[in-house]
Design a protein around this ligand. Structure first.
Ligand code: ADP
Ligand code: TRP
Length: 321
């Protein structure tokens, strides 16, 4: 059975963009092999600076996945830092990783260009990511487009290690989500926590209503037909309830229907679609220990996959007899 592995950074509160862009595709793909999904808390430390935030986001991602239908009996769900052996492998990989490979990494260069304070952690980020992937003998690694180069680095590093020390690692295949439409935020830019334009996945009524009612629209008067295709309202409806999309366009084209009515309609669809997930999420909020138990059991299963691979790498390098 193929190992399908991906990591999700607990770096902010989950929003609709995360759901449609990353969580839903990961949940779909989990049916096609042994899914190994982890919460990349070590990686998130490159951007999250407060301990309580990291704890909260880690819980939110774990509970969020479970609430949205991840089956912990089938999928191995764990916290990256519960298998700290990944750092030993990261070191073994770092000795074969050329500096130039990391210096060319777009995500690092972008952060530098944005004037972010750089750190060794940010620079070495792709090596840790390669270790995540190789430690679990992954076959398929689903990621967003922005992570494509990190996958190439992981393959390069695996090949370099194999060339130097012998055939230890399987080269992972990326599964790049090209087709996923970018979910727009309420201001029309990509929905992203860094733009503050998100609709939260597990917000309460008020937290969801506020951004939805604030969606940017044009100033077409109420008695004129509104063209919703390609607008934020239209695209969000298409993501949330595709079967309802054409009706929604028709409603928009009906004179007398205002943007306020259309936003209320979208709000209802969001609430209806996510109500069952919300309910499960509230359950986990009230019973955080259940989430913790699932993560710990996941870590035991993850370690069972990881230890033989690490041992093989240790032997190949001469660290182990
Ligand atoms: P943010 O942009 O809010 O910081 P992240 O980069 O943490 O979100 O997102 C994690 C994953 O969620 C990304 O790799 C991407 O696949 C998906 N994602 C985030 N925002 C969107 C969006 N607006 N549309 C589609 N997918 C998204
Ligand atoms: N860097 C990934 C992201 O930001 C998260 C991640 C960490 C990951 N380790 C990974 C993804 C290993 C896939 C495989 O989205």
């Amino acid at each position: 059975m193929k190992i399908i592995l991906t990591g999700i950074q607990p770096s902010g509160t989950l929003h609709l963009g995360n759901y449609f862009g990353a969580m839903q595709p990961a949940l779909d793909l989990a049916r096609h092999g042994q899914a190994v999904y982890f919460i990349a808390d070590y990686h998130a430390l490159t951007s999250v600076t407060k301990a309580e935030d990291l704890r909260r986001y880690t819980f939110e991602v774990a509970a969020g996945f479970l609430a949205c239908g991840l089956d912990p009996a089938k999928t191995i769900l764990f916290r990256q830092s519960d298998v700290p052996q990944v750092h030993e492998l990261a070191w073994l990989l770092s000795v074969v990783t050329p500096m130039g490979l990391l210096e060319r990494a777009h995500s690092y260069k972008d952060k530098v260009a944005q004037g972010a304070e750089t750190s060794h952690g940010l620079f070495a980020y792709p090596v840790l990511m390669a270790a995540d992937i190789l430690l679990y003998n992954s076959d398929l690694v689903p990621v967003g487009k922005d992570q494509k180069q990190h996958l190439e680095i992981a393959r390069d590093v695996a090949q370099k290690f194999n060339d130097r020390f012998g055939p230890v690692f399987k080269l992972p295949e990326p599964v790049i989500r090209e087709a996923t439409a970018i979910v727009p935020g309420v201001d029309g830019r990509k929905m992203s926590k860094s733009y503050g334009n998100t609709i939260p996945l597990f917000g309460d009524e008020k937290e969801i209503k506020k951004p939805v009612m604030g969606i940017k629209t044009d100033s077409t008067p109420i008695d004129q037909p509104k063209q919703l295709e390609g607008t934020v309202l239209g695209q969000l409806m298409q993501a949330v309830h595709p079967e309802e999309y054409n009706n929604f366009l028709a409603q928009g084209a009906t004179p007398g229907v205002g943007y306020g009515d259309l936003k209320k309609k979208l709000l209802t669809e969001i609430q209806t679609r996510f109500a069952p997930f919300q309910e499960k999420y509230r359950h986990y909020q009230a019973h955080p220990y259940e989430v913790e138990t699932i993560l710990r059991e996941g870590a035991i299963r993850a370690r069972a996959l990881a230890l033989p691979v690490l041992e093989k790498a240790r032997q190949a390098t001469g660290l182990s007899k």
